[in-house]
Write a protein that binds this ligand. Structure first.
Ligand code: ADP
Ligand code: MG
Length: 239
C-alpha cells in the first residue's frame, strides 16, 4: 500500500477551461478514500491525473513517497478500474485477467498463481473459461477488478465502478469491495456521486465541488459536522 500526495494541482484543458484551480490532498496509506461530488466537478479528471492518463497543468503527485508527476501510468504502482469494464470481448475471463501479465512477460507459473489468487478472491473460479458476453454485469465488474488485482498495486483507483449495476447488485458488490479492501494491503481511491456508497465504503470522504475540495473527513464527521452548506446538502444530517 502507498500514500498518495497531491500538491498544488491545477488542471486546465486546452481551451483554457480550468476545471481544478489549486488542489491539495493527502490520501492516507491503506485508507479507503472516497471522492464525492456532483457530475462535472472534476472527480474523473483528478483520478486520471493520479493514474497518469492525464497530465497535470501545475503541481506534483507523489505515490508511496516517490514523485511520479512525469512517470508513465505503468510505472506508478496504481491500477485503475473503470465504470465501463473495458474487457476484451473475444478473450476468456482468464485471458482478460492475465492480459497485463502476459504483456509484461511474467513467467507462466507466476502468472498462473496470480490469476488463481485473483479468481479466488473475486469468486471467479468457475467462470474463467467464459467470454465477457456470457457474464452478468456484476461478474464483468469482478473481472475488471481482477485485472487490477494481479498487478499487486499499492493504490487502486476506481471510477464509479458500480454505476452500471442495478440496485441489488450494487449493494452486493459494495459489500464485496469492502471485504476486498480488508484482505488486500492497498490504498483505495474511489470516485462516486452516490452518497450511500460514500457513507458505507469510506473511512475518509473527500467532498468536491467545482474543482475544489469542500471538506475532508470521516463519514461520521461529515454527517454530523458539515463545514459548508454544500457538504450539508450533499451528505450532512437533515436539520
Ligand atoms: P466528474 O468526473 O466529476 O463528473 P470530470 O472530471 O469528468 O467530472 O469533468 C470535469 C470538467 O472537466 C467538466 O466540466 C468536463 O466537461 C471537463 N473535461 C473533462 N475532460 C475534458 C477534456 N478532455 N477536455 C475538455 N474538458 C474536459
Ligand atoms: Mg466522472
Amino acid at each position: 500500500m502507498a500514500e498518495v500526495n497531491l500538491r498544488d494541482i491545477e488542471k486546465t484543458f486546452r481551451d483554457n477551461l480550468t476545471v481544478i484551480p489549486d488542489l491539495n490532498l493527502r490520501v492516507r496509506e491503506g485508507s479507503f478514500t472516497v471522492l464525492v461530488g456532483p457530475s462535472g466537478c472534476g472527480k474523473s479528471t483528478l483520478l486520471r491525473m493520479i493514474a497518469g492518463l492525464e497530465p497535470v497543468t501545475q503541481g506534483s503527485i507523489e505515490i508511496g513517497g516517490r514523485d511520479v508527476t512525469d512517470v508513465e501510468p505503468s510505472n506508478r504502482d496504481i491500477a485503475m478500474v473503470f465504470q465501463s469494464y473495458a474487457l476484451f470481448p473475444h478473450m476468456t475471463v482468464a485471458r482478460n485477467i492475465d492480459f497485463g501479465l502476459r504483456l509484461a512477460k511474467t513467467p507462466a507459473a507466476e502468472r498462473e498463481a496470480k490469476l488463481m489468487e485473483a479468481a479466488r478472491l473475486l469468486n471467479l473460479e468457475d467462470l474463467l473459461d467464459r467470454k465477457p458476453a456470457e457474464l452478468s454485469g456484476g461478474q464483468r465488474q469482478r473481472v475488471a477488478i481482477g485485472r487490477a488485482i494481479v498487478h499487486n498495486p499499492g493504490v487502486f483507483l476506481f471510477d464509479e465502478p458500480l454505476s452500471n449495476l442495478d440496485a441489488a447488485l450494487r449493494t452486493k458488490t459494495r459489500v464485496e469491495l469492502a471485504e476486498l479492501h480488508h484482505r488486500l494491503d492497498a490504498t483505495m481511491i474511489y470516485v462516486t456521486h452516490d452518497q450511500i456508497e460514500a457513507m458505507t465504503l469510506a473511512d475518509c470522504i473527500v467532498v468536491m465541488n467545482a474543482g475544489r475540495i469542500e471538506q475532508v473527513g470521516s463519514p461520521m464527521t461529515l454527517y454530523k459536522r458539515p463545514e459548508t452548506r454544500f457538504v450539508a446538502s450533499f451528505i450532512g444530517s437533515p436539520r
